[in-house]
Ligand binder design. Sequence first.
Ligand code: 5RP
Length: 259
Amino acid sequence: MDWGMKNRLARLIKPATGKAVWLAVDHGYFLGPLSKLEEPGKTIKPLMPYTDALMLTRGVLRNCVDAGIDIPVILRVSGGNSIVGPALSNEGIQTSVEEAVRLNASAVAISIYIGTEHEHQTLMALGQLVNEGERCGMPVLAVTAVGKELEKRDARYLGLCCRIAAELGAQVVKTYYCEDFEKVVKGCPVPLVIAGGPKLKTELDALKLAHDAIQEGAAGVDMGRNIWQSDNAVGMIKAIRKIVHENASVKEAGKSLKN
Ligand code: 5RP
């Protein structure tokens, strides 16, 4: 792996712990102004001191984030779909790697939709992005998207998706936590980070999800709604950091919710 690629990855996955806490705020690219992310700049600001990277689109980056920040950016470069359109899986690359370099991104992110009518197009797009990324030293984060079919999140399906993403050259894969998650980790030769998914019933449920994922081999979290849709978003991200970087138990990390 070339120096630039290695250096970008080292900014994202902290060498001190080998782990990562990323804040995902890219949801608007297909969901529009969803609850608590209506004004992304306001949502992001108090959470910035506790995140290792921000995952977002170029539109939110340019318009809502100060260019003076010292936090690496994971640029969402796939899109072209919407929650009210005919198929969420109908995504393509809509932001170039050149643009990602211009924006000083540390990685680019793309969703793949395995098992859908758009499987081939999204996997070919991943390959194209990896080829361009390799030319520029830009890591690719492949997101194993499930669209509206949340029930797809089992080890057999996610294991298949993660392995395919890694085989096609993604340097990091983002997936969901599931039962038998170790099997997903075992079959994927590159680091895995987990999404949180829709907001869980309680904060402790989300902390347990992060905790179990880390204990079973995840390299970190790239979490959105379970952090910023919480009424205690700062407490949540602090607690998540403890779990990811300090190996804290759910109980120990939960104390951050009370500070
Ligand atoms: C959308 C994404 C989101 O960034 C991802 O789902 C993470 O956010 P959350 O924790 O809210 O699920 O990649 O496809």
